[in-house]
Design a protein around this ligand. Structure first.
Ligand code: ZN
Length: 145
């Protein structure tokens, strides 16, 4: 069943812009400005503020705030440089504050693929004449066929 669904994505809490992938989580045990935060290896659809040195609980780091590219909400920060050897693994990684991102949802990649497949004239079927927005519906249709 794993192939039936797309990657799990987290979205900006404000505008639903997709900003990071569940598979890219390195740690969920981080502390942000507003509570819990997650460390990610990658981010997408964000823009970055200026680099600055910040004294964090785990020592001095050079960080840059990250913003949602669509609505400019501050979502967390990127670790540009860690000064202490034990913290070097964080360099180039991204912190997203849990309060600033929505719960991860699956992207329905197969749903879209199937919708375009059934949109082909040779597979015309009135029951399938509409776009298929949800994976659940894809599963239902497959069991009925
Ligand atoms: Zn946003």
């Amino acid at each position: 069943m794993a192939e039936l669904v797309g990657p799990r994505v987290y979205s900006c809490c404000h505008c639903r812009n997709h900003v990071c992938l569940h598979d890219d989580i390195i740690s969920k045990a981080f502390q942000g400005r507003n509570g819990r935060a997650f460390l990610f290896s990658h981010a997408m659809n964000i823009s970055m503020g200026p680099k600055e040195d910040r004294q964090l609980m785990t020592g001095l780091h050079t960080v840059a705030d990250i913003y949602c590219r669509d609505c400019r909400e501050v979502l967390g920060w990127k670790y540009e440089r860690a000064f202490e050897e034990s913290q070097k693994y964080k360099e180039g990684k991204f912190i997203f504050e849990k309060a600033k991102i929505s719960d991860a949802i699956h992207l329905g990649t197969l749903g879209r693929k199937l919708a375009s497949f059934f949109a082909d004239e040779s597979f015309r079927n009135p029951l399938l004449d509409q776009a298929i927005p949800l994976n659940l519906e894809v599963l239902r249709i497959q069991t009925e066929v």
